[in-house]
Structure formats: C-alpha cells, structure tokens
Design a protein around this ligand. Structure first.
Ligand SMILES: C[S@@+](CC[C@H](N)C(=O)[O-])C[C@H]1O[C@@H](n2cnc3c(N)ncnc32)[C@H](O)[C@@H]1O
Length: 305
C-alpha cells in the first residue's frame, strides 16, 4: 500500500499541470501546481470553515479533498510527522498587546545557522513554517531562511520539524515582526536578499487595522535592510489587504522598483498583480484560499542598485 505521503506525492505528480520555471535571481525553483476544480464558491474567503472541492483522484486520494489534505499534498515531499499543537491555538493574535511589544532577543547567528554569511530570506508571519522548510530543503547550501511568527506554538512545532529534517540553514523565531524585524536583520552577518509577507492576517474590523503587520515603520526597515537588488514578495487573498501592502511599497519608489518580468512564464495582469507564485511552492493560506476559488494578489519589488 505505501505511506499516505507517498500516495499524496504520486497524486501530486498526477495532478501537476501548471509549470512555472526558474527566475533570474532568488526565485529559483520550478513550480508544479496541483490543478483542482472547485465546486463551492464562497463569498467570504478568509478564515471561513473548510469547504470541499472535487479533486482529480489520480491515485491515493479519492473523491472529495479537504483543505488540510491538499496542504499535505503540497508538502508531501517534506514527509513531516504530524506533531500535535495541543489545545486549539488562537487564529488571530493582537500584536499590539504589551507582552508582544518586547523585542525578541537576537540569537547568536553562528549557532543558528551553519554558515551565517549566506544570503538570508526572511518570511514574516511564517505560520506553520512548511513553506520556508520546503525552500530551505531545496537550497541547503546557498541561502539561509528565517521565519518570524507571533504564535509560539507554531514556532515550537516548526523547530521540531527543522530537527526532524536535519536542516542547518533555517531557523524559526517567536517574534513580533513589527517590533523585532529591524534589530534581528541588522545583526545578521550576511546580506538580506528577500523578504516575504504572504497572506498576512487581515484584521478586517476598522478599529483593528493597526494590528496589520505591514505598517510604514516595518516597510521602511525592510527597504533599508535589503541589499541592492534584494527583493520583497507580498501576497494576499484579500484584495483590500493586498492593496494596502502595495500602496506601502509603491510609496517607496525612490528605493524600490516593481518587478513585472520575474520570469517569462509569470505575467502581471492589467492591474499589476502577478499571475502565479514564483517561489516553487504555495503557502498554506494560499492553498486554502485557492481551494475556495479565491484570487491571490501578488507583487514583487526589487531594491534599486
Ligand atoms: C494568515 S497566516 C499566513 C501564514 C503563511 N504566511 C501562509 O501564507 O500560509 C498569518 C500569520 O502571520 C502571523 N503574524 C501576524 N502578525 C504577526 C506579527 N506582527 N509578527 C509575526 N507574525 C505575525 C500569524 O500568527 C499567522 O501565523
């Protein structure tokens, strides 16, 4: 019979049809994206109860596939053990509460990474960490990866997975990026080449918008900290959130250019959103959102040299 992960990997291969090819600089992995057909189109897409879709059951999976199964499929290559998170964790954290405003201690980067001079990618709001683990496994000697996440339980589990995979080029930190990003990256010995902010918490209510992670001070720190030609990758399945992030980064046009030709196969639509994810793998939130029929709004910027 084989393991369910092997079955998922086979199913993924069979489902793969959309090819994204390597890009010139930091986006360097061929992407294979499972094609699914959605049977239920919700009106509100973010953080809604799971819905179901009809998948193409090539092998191993049959009938209707749920979102967690698709996530497992997306990351089948990692073959991660299913550590329990314990009691249900909060879906949204208030990053402005006093206990989260204390800066995270800077680690000894030489203890954290095997080679702390490698180019660094930072993922802000790394969630479960699977996305970054996948990239780190793909590029074990050419880049370091740092995930900043405000929900501690996710960080603890991600670090267990790092040990499980025996990776020496990735580290997860329990940190409020709004508070700790600048100090963390400014002490890193190597160049900061890529920062991603992927499907950040939307905090829909007007009075909670100041909890959104992308605020001017963080944007300024990101742009200041990147090396020349370093890049920023943003995306959201919530148009309003994507637009707000875009406005923040567009406002830095003296230092950043919008990249609309990251790869010949990945185009920008008429509104300036990238047609597909250039990283080689989708994030978990992206998998959930696409399953529900959402459009993902993506943009890449590059620091002027
Ligand atoms: C909707 S999830 C998206 C996770 C992942 N990027 C993805 O696309 O699947 C947003 C994540 O950002 C984290 N987060 C929110 N505010 C944060 C902050 N100020 N600093 C670090 N992480 C934060 C949340 O805990 C959550 O895990």
């Amino acid at each position: 019979m084989g393991s369910p992960y092997a079955a998922m990997a086979r199913a993924r291969e069979a489902l793969c049809s959309t090819l994204f090819i390597s890009s010139p600089t930091f986006f360097s992995n061929p992407i294979r994206k499972p094609k699914i057909s959605v049977t239920h189109m919700p009106h509100r897409l973010h953080h809604q109860p799971r819905r179901y879709c009809a998948a193409i059951p090539a092998s191993g999976l049959s009938g209707r596939v749920r979102s967690p199964e698709l996530v497992a499929l997306e990351y089948a290559d990692l073959n991660l053990p299913d550590y329990e998170l314990g009691v249900r964790i909060r879906q949204h954290v208030n990053p402005l509460k006093s206990s989260l405003l204390i800066p995270t201690q800077v680690p000894d980067w030489n203890e954290v990474f095997k080679d702390s001079t490698l180019p660094l990618m930072v993922d802000i709001g790394s969630g479960s960490g699977r996305f970054l683990l996948w990239l780190a496994k793909r590029n074990p000697t050419s880049k370091n990866y740092l995930g900043l996440e405000i929900r501690q339980k996710l960080v603890k589990r991600a670090e267990k997975w790092v040990d499980e995979l025996a990776l020496s080029n990735i580290h997860f930190m329990f940190a409020n990026a709004m508070v700790s990003f600048k100090q963390l990256v400014s002490t890193y010995p190597g160049p900061l080449v890529l920062v991603s902010i992927l499907c950040p918490d939307p905090h829909f209510k007007k009075r909670y918008r100041k909890r959104r992670v992308v605020q001017k001070p963080l944007v300024d720190s990101i742009v200041d900290s990147l090396v020349p030609r370093g890049q920023v990758f943003i995306q959201s399945d919530v148009h309003e959130v994507a637009l707000e992030m875009r406005n923040h980064f567009d406002a830095k046009s003296d230092m950043l250019v919008h990249v609309d030709d990251i790869h010949p196969n990945i185009h920008c639509d008429a509104d300036g959103w990238l047609s597909s994810n250039p990283m080689g793998i989708r994030t978990e939130r992206e998998v959930h959102a696409e399953l529900e029929g959402a459009k993902i709004y993506r943009r890449i910027y590059q620091k002027r040299s």
